[in-house]
Structures are given as C-alpha cells and as structure tokens.
Design a protein around this ligand. Structure first.
Ligand SMILES: NC(=O)c1ccc[n+]([C@@H]2O[C@H](COP(=O)([O-])OP(=O)(O)OC[C@H]3O[C@@H](n4cnc5c(N)ncnc54)[C@H](OP(=O)(O)O)[C@@H]3O)[C@@H](O)[C@H]2O)c1
Length: 242
C-alpha cells in the first residue's frame, strides 16, 4: 500500500491507523463519530444487495483496523437486515490488544431501528455480547444469548440525543458503518467528524444505493485528510470542513 496524500510514500493499514486516535479529540456532548463506507467507481454502495463484494481483503483489513480504534460501532436496521452482523471482535488477540489500550475487549454494538424488525437469528444475538438498541418501537425484543438493552425514543430515534446518551455512558469515539439512510441523517444533523471511504475499481450500474440516500439541508464541504492506494483501490479519509 502507498500513501498518496499527505507525504507520499509506502505505508500499511496498521501504520496508517496507528496515528488515528479519535479518543484524543473529545466532544463533550457526543462521541467523536466516523463513518465508514465502500463504494464502486460509479458510486454504488452494494452489489446484489450486500457491501461485501465491493472491497478487497485490504478493505476488510481497514474496516477491522478501524473497529479496533473505537469504543462503539453503530449501524441502522437496514444494514443489520442485509449484512446479518456477528460479534465485532472475535479474535482473542484483538480483544487483548483493546484491553491493553484501556478499552473494552469488544466495541459496544449499537443499532438504530424504527420497527424493531431485526434478524434475531443473526450471529450478533447469539454471541453473548452486549447490544444497545435505540428504537421508536414499543415491542419487546425476544430473549437472546446476547444482552440486549433497549432505549426508546417515541416517533423516531433522535440521533443527537442517542449520541449524548452514549457519551454519558463513556463512549468517546463511535464508528458508524451505515447504511445510507442513517448516514444522511447523521450528516444532516452535523454529527459526523470523519468519513472513511474505500473506492473500489469497479462499475456495477443499476439502482443500488449510494453511500448517502436522502436530502441534505445543503451542500456539505469536506476536506481530504489522507488518500491511500493499493491495487487500484483508493482509501480516502475525509473530514468535515469547518
Ligand atoms: N457499501 C457500504 O459500505 C455499506 C455500508 C452499510 C450498508 N450498506 C448497504 O446499505 C443497505 C441498507 O441501506 P439502508 O439505508 O436501508 O440502511 P440503514 O441506514 O442501515 O437502515 C435504515 C433503517 O434504520 C432505521 N433508522 C434509521 N434512522 C432511524 C431513526 N432516526 N429512527 C428510527 N429508525 C431509524 C430504520 O429502521 P426500521 O426499518 O427498523 O424502521 C430504517 O429503515 C444494505 O444493502 C447494506 O448492504 C452498504
């Protein structure tokens, strides 16, 4: 892998992420929030309904490396239904590395759901970990092996409020892995600090969603914080221009 910007030269995912310490730039009223997406050159965020076929193994390495830098990972219900998440830190080595750095062995998994219509059979709910769900539904979740906690927001989940709640329980930095509709709301509400975007050298066409779906109140200006390349795949980190 090579770094194109800034300071061109050889690098690795691990080396590049070593200097990225989101927990050091704290917000008082919410965690520091980064989004992570993979897209094709024609801007599509899925291939046959899933994100997995877009990126390479290096993209997966980047995603896993990013997770290791955050206290919590958040996704919307649409992403959970499509991707059927499992536990976030399976490897003992990863869990120990996190603990040595003063973090919990596994990031807290946070779900945002209107209807609480979730794939309860997914490995995430069988793994015995901790899952926090913000929902506007009044239904009760089923009993699962994982410890599921539900926080209810009548009508719709207020994302700024949800993030404040997470900050109050000690979450300093949160990685949001999508999807496109949750991304739109977080950007519209000014709640995103970093956007990690992998651009895979592929075209898919069709009607697949982009990384952000829905209206924004105006154009959001971003600045490019870094750009990496491997085998024609680009790994960009954007920051919101202030
Ligand atoms: N390429 C990538 O990097 C990437 C990343 C993530 C996802 N994806 C793809 O994106 C697709 C899913 O897209 P999506 O936009 O539907 O996913 P999404 O944003 O994860 O989920 C949307 C759902 O989240 C819930 N939600 C969002 N905001 C809410 C709020 N304020 N209050 C209450 N509920 C809220 C609603 O759930 P309910 O339906 O429960 O009401 C809504 O239908 C999948 O195909 C997935 O593979 C791609």
């Amino acid at each position: 892998m090579r770094r194109l910007l800034p300071d061109p030269g050889p690098t690795t995912v691990a080396e590049q992420l070593e200097g990225f310490r989101p927990w050091e730039e704290l917000h008082q009223d919410r965690p520091r929030v980064a989004m992570n997406f993979a897209a094709t050159v024609d801007g599509r965020a899925t291939i046959e309904g899933r994100s997995g076929p877009i990126g390479s193994d290096t993209d997966t390495e980047m995603l896993l490396g990013l997770r290791s830098r955050f206290d919590a990972v958040m996704i919307g219900a649409g992403t959970m239904r499509a991707e059927l998440y499992g536990p976030l830190a399976k490897k003992q080595e990863t869990r120990e590395r996190r603990q040595r750095a003063g973090a919990q062995p596994e990031p807290l998994m946070v779900l945002i759901s209107g209807r609480l219509d979730l794939p309860w059979e997914a490995p995430l709910f069988a793994a015995g970990g901790e899952v926090l769900i913000f929902t506007s539904s009044e239904t009760e979740p089923p009993q699962t092996e994982s410890q599921v906690e539900v926080v209810r927001h009548p009508g719709a989940v207020n994302l700024a409020e949800a993030l404040r709640h997470l900050r109050e329980r000690g979450i300093r930095a949160l990685l949001c892995e999508g999807g496109p509709h949750l991304h739109e709301q977080l950007q519209a509400d000014g709640l995103v600090d970093d956007l990690f975007l992998t651009i895979a050298p592929k075209l898919v066409g069709g009607e697949a969603p982009r990384i952000l779906e829905g209206p924004l109140p105006g154009v959001i200006d971003l600045e490019l914080a870094w750009l990496l390349e491997e085998d024609g795949e680009l790994f960009a980190r954007y920051r919101r221009r202030t």
